[in-house]
Design a binder for this molecule. Sequence first.
Ligand code: PRP
Length: 287
Amino acid sequence: MEKEKLKIAVQKSGRLFDDSIGLLRKCNIHINNGRDQLKASASNFPVEVLYLRNSDIPNYVESGVADLGIVGENLLVETGKEVEKVLPLGFSKCRLSIAGVKGRPLRDLKDLEGKTIATSYPNTLRSFLDENQISASIHTISGSVEIAPNIGLSDYICDLVSSGSTLFKNGLEEKVVLLKSQACLIQKKSLSPEKEAIRDKLVFRIEATLQAKLNKYILMNVPNGKISDIIELLPGMKSPTVMPLAVEGWSSVHTVIQEEEFWEILARLKEHGAEGILVVPIEKMIL
Ligand code: PRP
């Protein structure tokens, strides 16, 4: 009998594709990247990857065609499908925002009253307008939303903003942020115990990979008289490792620090006498 496989839906093309496949690869799951095929099995892990249109993924996961999916939170909010969020994945960070012509500030949300807003996110926009008791007309279009104000189709747009360069190129600026989004792993409401066990193994690998990305391993040489000062500066996982060097009076101090704080900490370590500081990427990290 063929062993049970977990079906995971990923974007066939678009902003999430590279990072989704890259994440699975970093979890040591070997799959064909399959741009020309609709599904591919991993050779060393019981998953089958389904390459689907982004907008269809929440639906396929809700109906159980796929067990898991990788999608942007923006799409989950828009489609309102009954799926469970398993964990945020830290990539494809963006905002869903209302934008308008540069240099015409929106002083108050009430300035949107009676205006036309073009979007591919009509449900999210409708909820936002209703919550704020604004009556505006929504023009739903499926792509190239940012062109709408320039061709007289709408006064504003409501679209995804990441770097902001699309808005900039079209003479638009962000006025109001409706929601912040990133890619996340979703699953259908109930999985068989066998599939739950595979999901747990996959989530364990993903978490170890994401943790590793957020942290750096650092090692440095420290005069023994300065070790306690240096340890004070290190947030570390538990307590740093301190090992004597071959040179009398010096030690090697090793620890793990979060990527976001390491520039500030590095400068302070140097000021407090650390030398030969090395910062090394971490392959996997289990807390
Ligand atoms: C989104 C959005 C904008 C662009 C914004 O499109 O619709 O066009 O990204 O990104 P930026 O702020 O970095 O310029 P996406 O690439 O997701 O494709 P889509 O047109 O299919 O929505």
